[in-house]
Ligand binder design. Structure first.
Ligand code: FMN
Length: 177
């Protein structure tokens, strides 16, 4: 099974997730930033990573998602909004819509640290965006716990077999009572 990881990242958060995801994938695999991404046709599964901009996947990712309508996809994202919050769900649903016709194997998203300049600019907007109140709590994300959740999402999607890794200090939960 040939797998492709494509990501868009302005300040590095989604890139970190993409690189960890790539590391965790067991099979034949390639990784590219979206600006250099190959045609999806040659791959069985494509993992597409984006960041949320104005409640939507960033523009470069939107264009790539539209090209992947007949593929099997795993979608991942970073955002300033809290994990599982409405703005986070709306953004992921928008990505699923853009890839209309694709088979969605799974999704993962978590917070990604928002630069103070971006927080300040959003605070000056009227009305202020929904995600702004959560943005300070994005500091330090993505982190090790996010990568454990990512591992579980990949396992659930059938893209890796072990639930957790014992490498790098993560706990192997596979024998837990
Ligand atoms: C111009 C701009 C708009 C943003 N809009 C949103 C948004 O609508 N919702 C949200 O949750 N986060 C928003 N964010 C925060 C980013 O999605 C978040 O910091 C993300 O982790 C950035 O990913 P990156 O480091 O891969 O570029 C925005 C950030 C910027 C710079």
């Amino acid at each position: 099974m040939k797998q492709l990881v494509v990501y868009s990242s302005q300040s590095g958060n989604t890139k970190k997730i993409a690189e960890e995801l790539f590391r965790q994938l067991p099979e034949e695999k390639d990784i590219f930033p979206v600006s250099e991404a190959p045609d999806p046709g040659a791959y069985d599964v494509i993992c597409i990573g984006f960041w949320l901009k104005d409640d939507q996947p960033d523009p470069a990712s939107q264009a790539y998602l539209k090209k992947c309508g007949n593929k099997k996809l795993f979608l991942f994202a970073s955002h300033g909004a809290a994990k599982g919050s409405n703005p986070a769900k709306i953004g992921m649903n928008k990505a699923i819509e853009l890839a209309e016709g694709a088979t969605i194997l799974g999704t993962f998203s978590c917070q990604g640290e928002v630069p103070q300049s971006v927080i300040d600019a959003a605070a000056n907007k009227d009305p202020q965006p929904d995600w702004l109140a959560d943005a300070p709590s994005a500091k330090g994300h993505p982190n090790t716990n996010d990568f454990i959740d990512l591992s579980e999402a990949l396992t659930k999607a059938g893209l890796k077999t072990e639930a957790r890794e014992d490498k790098g200090g993560l706990i192997d939960g596979s024998h837990a009572m």
